[in-house]
Design a protein around this ligand. Structure first.
Ligand code: ACO
Length: 335
């Protein structure tokens, strides 16, 4: 078995900053409500006048990750792209990245695991590298949430939480034993699929059916979230999957140098921090500035933590996610 290691990280967020006060101008909400319940102060939304889309933001993050990995773009053997907000219903963004990066041809996989998408994608990269099939895998998480949110008072309990952005990692074969991605742990529980979902339009619920079934002013094209159920499950599953990963590697909570939680809600991260008695330096949060960027949140946070020098060689870094599905996952990394 080979070892796999994150060799380069990159991120991209649109320039357009949307503050809580900006949202309060278009829906019945307030800075106080949003900060108190979620910790979010501002988020980025794609400016429709720019070229940015889910795939293009993913490409921008990928270019930075590839440069930092010190490899040529054509050395990428596989693309794994995680998003719940692709540019097209089909094909997925992975093939767009292959084209946008000018890679001759290569396999491209799209991952549909929402907030856990990046950790699932990282796990796929890890398996392909450990078995020796590929040497360099490009993993991307990117979301254009603002393109599909209900920005009226009706959608406020969901719309204020989400933001746009992308993060990327180049995962490469490494000779250093005991370093790199030590293990990944993946879970799902489909009985809660509808509790955090966008059920239509879909092949099972297409536009004419939606319009026929719903009064014009209440058409459910927008995401639905049972916030309190999500909160209750998130705090339990985050804790479980972090412990599962640590135990698998015979590690204790005290061995953990940096936890990068999916940026779901600052209250969830703070709950986990308190439960595990971690210091502020051991948990990275940037939801205050970007909101919840779903599959992009972990790679953006990981990139920033690394850029700020908060992750050093030999550190135990834990990535943990929970989200729609429900799905949850963790990755244990020795940097
Ligand atoms: N501004 C002002 N008022 C609002 C807003 C808003 N943006 N959204 C909802 N409200 C109102 C509601 O209408 C309700 O009013 P009412 O009491 O008059 O009926 C009141 O605030 C309370 O609404 P709840 O939905 O019960 O609010 P809650 O206290 O549950 O907080 C929240 C909502 C923040 C989403 C909470 O449920 C939560 O933290 N959930 C965790 C899930 C989460 O954070 N998910 C993130 C995305 S999913 C993921 O990444 C895993």
């Amino acid at each position: 078995m080979y070892q796999s290691k994150i060799k380069g990280l990159g991120k991209y967020v649109p320039e357009n900053i949307v503050t809580n006060d900006d949202l309060a101008k278009i829906m019945d909400t307030s800075n106080e409500w949003i900060v108190e319940r979620t910790g979010i102060q501002e988020r980025r939304h794609i400016d429709k006048k720019t070229e940015d889309t889910t795939a293009i933001m993913g490409k921008k993050a990928a270019v930075q990750a590839i440069e930092r990995a010190g490899i040529a773009t054509n050395e990428i053997d596989l693309i794994v792209f995680a998003t719940l907000s692709p540019d097209y219903y089909f094909p997925g963004c992975g093939v767009q990245i292959q084209d946008l990066l000018g890679i001759h041809t290569c396999p491209a996989i799209d991952v549909r695991n929402q907030c856990s998408g990046f950790v699932y994608a990282l796990s796929i990269a890890d398996q392909f590298i450990k078995t020796g099939m590929y040497k360099n895998v490009l993993v991307i998480g990117s979301e254009n949430h603002s393109g599909g949110l209900d920005m009226t008072t009706r959608g406020r309990s969901v719309s204020v939480i989400f933001g746009d952005g992308a993060g990327a990692a180049v995962v490469s074969r490494s000779e250093e034993k005991g370093q790199g991605i030590l293990s990944t742990h993946l879970h799902s529980q489909g009985e809660y699929a509808k509790e955090l979902s966008l059920i239509g339009p879909s092949t099972n619920y297409w536009v004419p059916e939606i319009i026929a079934e719903n009064p014009q002013e209440d058409i459910p094209y927008f995401p639905y979230m049972n916030g309190q159920l999500v909160f209750k499950n998130a705090v339990v599953r985050f804790s479980e999957v972090i412990m599962e990963g640590l135990k698998h590697n015979q590690l204790e909570v005290s061995d953990l140098d940096m936890l990068i939680p999916h940026q779901a809600n600052l209250r969830i991260s703070q709950f986990i921090q308190k439960k595990f008695k971690l210091t502020d330096d051991q948990v990275y949060n940037n939801i205050q500035r970007y909101g919840n960027t779903t599959a992009a949140s972990i790679p953006i946070a990981l990139t920033e933590a690394w850029e700020e020098g908060k992750i050093k060689e030999g550190d135990h870094v834990v990535l943990a996610a929970f989200g729609s599905g429900f799905t949850w996952a963790s990755a244990i990394i020795k940097w």
